[in-house]
Design a protein around this ligand. Sequence first.
Ligand SMILES: *Cc1c(COP(=O)(O)O)cnc(C)c1O
Length: 233
Amino acid sequence: MSQADFTQRLDRILDRVAQAAQRVGRAADEITLIGVSKRKPIEDMQIAYDAGLRDFGENRAQEVRDKFPDFAPEGITRHFIGHLQSNKVKYLPGRVDLIHSIDSTRIADSVDQRFGAQGLRIPVLIEVNISGEANKEGIEIPQLMDLSGYCSEKTNLDFWGLMTIGPLTDDQDQVRQAFREMKLLSDQIERQIGVQGSKAILSMGMSDDFEIAIEEGATHIRVGTALFGPRVF
Ligand SMILES: *Cc1c(COP(=O)(O)O)cnc(C)c1O
């Protein structure tokens, strides 16, 4: 991956972000672009950094463990966006700045305990299975309010909002509907439970659907392939 190629891709994505925001009267700087660098070498991440990217997303705890002592340029934010197992949480303290994927009280307990043991606090989002697909990660809507309340009361967690992966379909209306429902849930949680950040985070939208997500209220989009190119595994 060359510096020029990456810069060109980044500029194109930022353009599309700005246009999507403008279509619905939002400011482009309300939206944070997370570059999903999973399975990509640190050299590519450095190229991305040199092009101006500051938010990096990873979805495997071991990869976080291996990359983030080595990749530590100034001013980056490290996002953990993948499914978490309790026995892998130990790799994260000190290596991530925001966890997007809390989906059970068990994982909330484990993250709270592991970060607390090192004297750290960690902002978290709850991952929602908005489409109700059986094989999808994330909490189902009926349990969302309870888990949000639970996270907001944990000593070492700061509850900042919600994350989802859009439904895996080519039907744009179905994707939009899911994102719209997420925005309603996010607003409801902000009202009823409150978030500890300045304003609720809504993390949704990937390479194929980030423009719809922005139009429906995403504050953070997670873009891998469209920025870093296809992944081999
Ligand atoms: C891999 C991944 C992404 C990025 O996916 P692309 O389609 O490559 O943009 C976003 N979110 C999560 C949770 C991921 O695992």
